[in-house]
Design a protein around this ligand. Sequence first.
Ligand code: HEC
Length: 99
Amino acid sequence: MRPLQVACGCLALVALCLGGCAGRGRGVYVREGCAACHPFRGTGGGLAPDLSDVGSRLTASAIRAQIADPTAANPASRMPAFNRLSWFDLHSLAAYLGR
Ligand code: HEC
């Protein structure tokens, strides 16, 4: 009974986050101006790679790392570092982009 309750609680949290964090991520994406450079599902600028399918190319942790410190993956990166964002913001962005 008890392990089952714990398992159900975790599943509920994951389900909540799958819906909630992605929606929250959309707000962070707009607030931080990512669309100025990136096209994403039909809107946004053309200076940077299209992020529409980034979830199939990068893991969530690689997406978080790219946003926080683009020069880690590419020393010549032209993307600004968003290292002032909280882990929750980075997580939400990855959930939004990867969906
Ligand atoms: C000034 C332009 C600019 C802004 C603003 C910008 N990026 Fe980028 N981004 C780039 C460029 C250029 C690349 C290509 C790789 C590189 O140069 O590091 C990139 C790469 C990426 C990648 C990896 C894409 C791939 O296909 O490997 C992700 C994910 C990403 N950006 C997310 C974001 C998010 C989220 C934001 C907003 C918080 C953002 N970017 C803001 C220019 C920008």
